[in-house]
Design a protein around this ligand. Structure first.
Ligand code: MG
Length: 474
């Protein structure tokens, strides 16, 4: 299933096609002058501008397109708009200024495979059995009976593409084309594993992989897919899942990005991803798709701190990847949808990558199957400014063990660790932190709040009572 390819010339279309006529431009500018300055950038590049540029506006009667951009091992503190002092991320900062930036958003797990399984299914990884990181010798993968966002949307007429790191099983039956994606281009697992092949659909096309140019090649593939969907005549809505391979180690960039960042190679890698996000959002504007496309950017888990200068930063959060401290699971998350998501909003609502599944299904008007538990909740009320009615409860596992729970502003730890379960310490009684007051998890307040501890233990009992763990995939 080889996708039709746009030429590289087509990927960078002439500037003249993007410029409105002077008269239209002036009229539009007058009306736009009534809007806040922060809106100008959005307005100048979206609907009426684009109507005079490339294709005619997309029919908004069709459900929105959805794009999920997922970094790998990017920390909470690694973007300019999340406070990094030397990594420059102007495109992501702009995306946040034009959209919604979450400050209490979580990956569903602190390591790659379980986190991705949960993102695509809306379910805790313990339910699918994808509890641990798969490797090139693994025999397991995403079970047949799990439903991914791509499967659910494709059944509703969406064109679907996965571009990037899969990591939900490398054997053929577990690959993207067998779990709802029409197209695939990327690596089947992490870039520190060998043998490392690059796949197009089900076929290996490069081995060993030239890693330095991966982000740029992923970007070109995603743009080509968007343009194919836009111009293909079928006018299908699309879903693009783009899990970048980096900044997971080993880090590499092309000459174009080398030495750009004062943060060194790690900064160069993040700035390459920032460039990629900018290219994708620009494509949506150029193709007059911006007002009918919801884009999320987040990461699969926190920074791999033992990789030192090649690891990211969790900012003010404690620890990193492979732990259920905040640094392992709380992530940057930006949502962008001009005209629908208000610009410049910083949301303190608690969210999870598991929320993408019900959010996408709600947008496509797909009803999830009643007989399977979905742990995520639709983010639409938050995105559309209608609030969220009740405090969230999020359960965090290390492999098959429940180690922490967040309920409202509180987090209870039964077991803590440093990196990949090392130096694990059980806590009985459990530790309690008030995360809105103490995001760095420094001050255990369990003794002062026995009622909160009891309420969370009740949630745990309820959860354990209904939980049916999936067969462990290894
Ligand atoms: Mg990861």
């Amino acid at each position: 299933m080889t996708p039709p390819c746009a030429s590289h010339a087509e990927l960078s279309r002439p500037q003249t096609r993007q410029s409105p006529s002077p008269r239209r431009s002036l009229t539009a500018t007058f009306w736009r002058g009534l809007l806040a300055a922060a809106l100008l950038t959005v307005a100048a590049s979206s609907p009426d501008h684009a109507a005079t540029a490339a294709p005619a506006p997309a029919a908004n009667k069709q459900p929105p397109n959805i794009i999920i951009l997922l970094a790998d091992d990017l920390g909470y503190g690694d973007l300019g708009c999340y406070g990094h002092p030397t990594i420059r991320t102007p495109e992501l900062d702009k995306m946040a200024a034009e959209g919604m930036r979450f400050t209490q958003f979580y990956a569903a797990a602190s390591i790659c495979t379980p986190s991705r399984a949960a993102l695509l299914t809306g379910r805790l990884p313990i339910r699918s059995g994808l509890n641990r990181v798969l490797n090139p010798k693994s025999k397991g993968g995403i079970p047949e009976d799990e439903v991914t966002i791509a499967q659910a949307l494709r059944a509703k007429g969406y064109a679907t593409a996965c571009v990037g790191k899969w990591h939900l099983g490398h054997l053929e039956k577990y690959r993207p084309l067998h779990h709802g994606f029409d197209r695939y281009f990327g690596l089947l697992y992490s870039n520190d594993m060998t043998p490392l092949g690059l796949y197009r659909d089900d076929k290996e096309i490069e081995n060993p992989v030239q890693q330095a140019s991966l982000t740029e090649r992923y970007t070109a593939e995603a743009i080509r897919f968007i343009q194919d969907c836009r111009r293909g005549g079928a006018a299908k809505p699309f879903f693009v899942y783009l899990p970048y391979t980096m900044p997971h180690v080993p880090l590499a960039v092309t000459r174009k990005f080398a030495g750009r960042s004062q943060r060194g190679l790690y900064g160069d890698v993040v700035e390459t991803i920032d460039w990629s996000v900018g290219r994708i959002l620009k494509t949506l504007r150029d193709e007059a798709l911006a007002d009918n496309t919801l884009v999320f950017f987040t990461s699969d888990n926190g920074p791999w701190l033992s990789r030192k200068q090649h690891a990211g930063s969790a900012g003010l959060l404690r620890e990193g990847k492979g732990t259920t401290w905040e640094g392992g699971v709380r992530e940057p998350c930006i949502a962008w949808w001009p005209g629908k998501v208000k610009p410049g909003v910083v949301s303190l609502e608690v969210g999870s990558t598991m929320d993408f599944f019900p959010t996408c299904l709600a947008l496509a008007q797909v009803r999830p199957s009643a007989n399977r538990t979905i742990d995520g909740e639709s983010l639409l009320p938050v995105l559309l400014g209608k609030g969220r009615p009740r405090p969230r409860v999020l359960f965090f596992y290390w492999l098959t063990e429940l180690t922490a729970v967040r309920k409202g502003p509180w987090k209870l730890h039964f077991k803590t660790m440093q990196e990949f379960g090392k130096h694990a310490e059980k806590h009985d009684p459990p530790l309690l932190f008030q995360l809105e007051v103490d995001p760095s998890e420094q001050y255990n307040v369990a003794k002062e709040h026995p009622d909160v501890v009891a309420a969370i233990l009740k949630e745990v009992a309820r959860h354990k009572g209904e939980l049916k763990p999936g067969k462990p995939q290894t």
